[in-house]
Design a protein around this ligand. Structure first.
Ligand code: PLP
Length: 426
């Protein structure tokens, strides 16, 4: 990665653009605030503020590093989850091969920070974006880029745009097999996949390097259905190879699947891939694992099925403050839909830090029942201890909709010290 550009993030000025940061640090550089060793709870940070646990983050990075290396998988974590180049750098330092993205803007953020291998898990038919990509490929012979194709029509659009761009390097593509007839993108059957491959073969601007898909979209997913679809994907790779669809200049075949819900099944099925005519890069693309969560992925993580392989820890806490306690059964926090992930589940009250500086305690008898734009509605038992001014730590579900609400996130040590600030680019 570009260490100069990562380092330059420390030069940004802390000011009103960034929620939750100490008003008395306004005008300072991010690097100065990060090295000041302020305490998250008593160091002038204002509520609501999202905190990222450095310890849990590092733990999760190690878990997927270990899992992928144990199972012979390459790893391109999905960058759309956090869109934080500092976290991309940590993922790469923990053995990732590259970064996955969903849309051209995310690829641009990666390039700005010097990511050398990008897997765009989508068809890319935007002529302006393809012109940019073509320029990036020509400017840097070491830049590797792969994206999906799922239709001859898409191939035609890509080819036309890339010809107009006049670049010299072809764009590497993988044919996307849909995870079922009612699934999201992807060619619905193997015959269509073959037709897409034929279209790629006829386009000088593209080079077929593999096959891919997303088992997270298998309808009514369970281990059986996911494994069955993954076997179709590996069979497609085998058939394409046997049919000579990968050109002589393709040094490795790319086989990619895998989010954060089924990486055990992906590993199992990919391990059974027969030998192909050249090495195969088996690329896993989990993204949500990086912070994990309390809710969706807590329920779905493969480590629930294979606990001996590891476990993930929820790394994000949204700290909000009680601004009203109108009745013994009601309380309101100053954080709402603007601040908290809420698309899959409501946040969960986890801990309370009393306003008077007393010890942190579990949020017993406190339930989030609703979110307004700027408020969380709490229902409490009559004997629940909770007072105006108390800070409540909320756990949240679905990492992808946590990070996108925060542009500069304190990274917090176990003792509460803020040791860094993580910049996101959504
Ligand atoms: C195509 C694709 N690959 C990988 C992922 C990463 O999955 P997860 O968010 O479960 O880690 C996603 C997530 O939506 C995706 O759409």
């Amino acid at each position: 990665m570009r260490v100069d550009r990562l380092a330059a993030l420390a030069d940004e000025i802390v000011d009103h653009r960034f929620r939750g940061l100490p008003p008395d640090a306004s005008g300072q550089r991010v690097g100065a605030l990060a090295s000041a060793g302020r305490d998250l709870y008593a160091g002038g940070f204002t509520t609501p503020v999202l905190a990222l646990s450095r310890e849990h983050l590092d733990h999760n990075l190690r878990q997927l590093e270990n899992f992928t290396s144990r199972h012979g998988l390459s790893f391109a974590p999905h960058g759309k989850t956090c869109m934080a180049p500092q976290l991309f750098a940590r993922q790469l330092a923990h053995g990732a091969w590259g970064i996955t993205v969903a849309v051209p803007h995310q690829a641009r953020v990666c390039r700005e920070f010097g990511v050398q291998r990008i897997f765009l898990a989508n068809e890319l038919v935007d002529a302006a974006a393809l012109r940019w990509l073509s320029g990036e490929l020509d400017a840097d012979p070491d830049f590797q880029f792969v994206c999906y194709v799922d239709s001859p029509a898409g191939v035609t659009l890509m080819d036309r745009a890339l010809r107009d761009a006049g670049g010299t390097r072809p764009v590497d593509v993988v044919v996307e097999l849909a995870a079922g007839d009612e699934a999201r993108t992807g060619a619905r059957d193997e015959a269509t996949c073959a037709a897409v491959a034929e279209a790629v073969a006829a386009a000088d601007t593209l080079r077929l390097v593999g096959v891919a898909g997303y088992e997270g979209e298998v309808p009514r997913a369970d281990s059986e259905r996911v494994a069955a679809w993954l076997r179709r994907l590996t069979a497609l790779a085998t058939d394409f190879d046997a049919a000579g669809r990968f050109g002589p200049d393709v040094e490795e075949i790319v086989l990619s699947a895998g989010g954060s819900a089924w990486f055990d099944t992906v590993a199992e099925v990919f391990e059974q891939l027969p030998e192909l005519s050249r090495p195969v890069r088996k690329l896993l693309r989990s993204g949500a694992y990086v912070s994990h969560d309390e809710g969706h992925y807590e329920e779905l993580t493969p480590f629930n099925r294979v606990p001996e392989e590891g476990e993930l820890r929820s790394a994000c806490t949204l700290w909000a403050q009680v601004v009203s306690r109108p009745t013994p059964r009601q309380a309101f926090l100053n954080a709402g839909k603007r601040d908290a992930a809420h698309d899959l589940h409501l946040p969960r009250a986890r801990t309370v830090r009393p306003a008077d500086g007393g010890a942190e305690r579990p949020a017993e008898g406190i339930t989030v029942t609703k979110l307004s734009d700027q408020h969380a509605w709490l229902e409490t038992t009559e004997d629940a201890e909770l007072a105006v001014g108390d800070w409540v730590g909320l756990g949240m579900s679905h990492p992808c909709t946590i990070f996108d609400k925060w542009q500069l996130i304190p990274l917090v040590e176990p003792d509460g010290t803020v040791s860094d600030l993580i910049r996101t680019f959504f």
